[in-house]
Design a protein around this ligand. Structure first.
Ligand code: TXA
Ligand code: MG
Length: 344
């Protein structure tokens, strides 16, 4: 199969993508977070292709993307007031809500769960495509399962050339990490995945938020979790990643002491001079954490090379979007973290 990349500015992009979706084909689509691998979310055969092409475990449900916030009512039932308040505050935007599903949502889209994850992305071209197709779009991040997510059309092409007919090129994703996921099906709202909408912003609207265990710790493969996707090794390049925390000086001392030929250092732009002899790669500026979230996955993909030994990674501290960057790096490192303040 020939894989065509069509620029979002091309006047035929919307109709071409919509026709592929309504024909049951897969389309690589931009969003403000990461690129998705989209299919008609109401068509089980089309949805099955996502699992097949991505190599995704069958028990991992998909996010249903809608063009406008009001469409939440078409696919979800027993919607609590908190969902309307979150939609009002953050949609369109990088927020996914888990709500009780209506029967119209096929079981394959939600991996057999009674709930469905919905999101209205802040990406004009993709919302126009969804409107033109007149169906909600089920889309996971477009990376091959387990690998770092796709933040450019070229990343999607790299992973799926020859396997999907079309990728819509909307440029590099601004947020760079996937949407925040909040489960609203229990008495208290629960954060299943941190992302572009920060925990602080959620609490300001909800007044309450439980942080799910899967956000902060490695989950055993057999454990039952709220977001099935969180238990798999994620975002990971081929080689081991080790996060080195602590001050700039202590971290540099630790890394220089343990660095072996073939290893790499993933660091902040401000730290590049410190690692001049350690083959460093910067993923953004520590002083502007949004550049770190925007650059993280492209850097992890560049480091996905089996000839590399280990990757020593520097991670931002603090809340806000830094919390999502910490979560993705910790998952990439399978929670292997060394504190250079206490370890020599
Ligand atoms: O930013 C994003 O959310 C991107 C773009 C394409 O929109 N999509 C994305 O999808 O990150 P994916 O499939 O890579 O991650 C979806 C996560 C998985 O961890 C999955 O387990 C969880 O959402 N999820 C989906 N439906 C769920 C449900 N009904 N209950 C709990 N978790 C759910
Ligand atoms: Mg993903």
């Amino acid at each position: 199969m020939d894989t065509k990349i069509i620029p979002a500015a091309d006047e035929t992009a919307v109709i071409t993508a919509a026709v592929h979706l309504t024909s049951g084909n897969l389309v690589g689509l931009p969003t403000e977070t990461v690129y998705g691998l989209g299919a008609n979310g109401l068509n089980p055969e089309a949805v099955a292709k996502i699992f097949q092409v991505k190599g995704r475990p069958q028990d991992n449900p998909l996010i249903l993307h809608i063009a406008d916030p009001e469409q939440m009512e078409l696919f979800c039932k027993d919607i609590p007031d908190s969902a309307y308040r979150l939609a009002e505050a953050f949609w369109p935007g990088p927020l996914t809500m888990v709500l009780p599903a209506k029967d119209i949502v096929p079981l394959s889209t939600r991996a057999g769960l009674p709930t469905v994850a919905v999101r209205c992305p802040d990406c004009e071209i993709t919302r126009r495509i969804i409107r033109a197709a007149s169906v909600p779009v089920a889309a996971p991040s477009a990376n091959i399962s387990g690998k770092p997510s796709t933040t450019t059309a070229q990343h999607v092409y790299h992973d799926h050339a020859g396997k999907i007919p079309l990728i819509v090129d909307g440029g590099a994703c601004q947020v760079g990490v996937e949407s925040t996921i909040v489960d609203l099906t229990e008495e208290r709202p629960r954060l299943l995945r941190p992302g572009g909408i920060t925990p602080e912003a959620l609490i300001a609207v909800l007044g309450d938020l439980i942080i799910d265990k899967a956000v902060t710790a490695q989950i055993d493969k057999d454990e039952v979790v709220k977001a099935p996707g969180m238990k798999y090794r994620h975002y990971a390049p081929a080689e081991p990643v080790i996060i080195v925390s602590g001050s700039r000086e202590k971290a540099a001392a630790y890394i220089h002491c343990h660095f072996e030929p073939g290893d790499r250092v993933l660091c902040f732009e401000e730290e590049l001079p410190l690692y001049a002899d350690c083959n460093p790669l910067s993923y953004g500026q520590e002083a502007d954490v949004s550049t770190l979230s925007a650059g993280l996955f492209a850097a992890l993909r560049e480091l996905d090379d089996s000839s590399i030994g280990k990757v020593y990674a520097r991670c931002p501290t603090g809340g806000g979007i830094a919390y999502a960057v910490q979560n993705r790096l910790q998952k990439a490192a399978a929670f292997h973290i060394v504190d250079a303040e206490v370890t020599a």
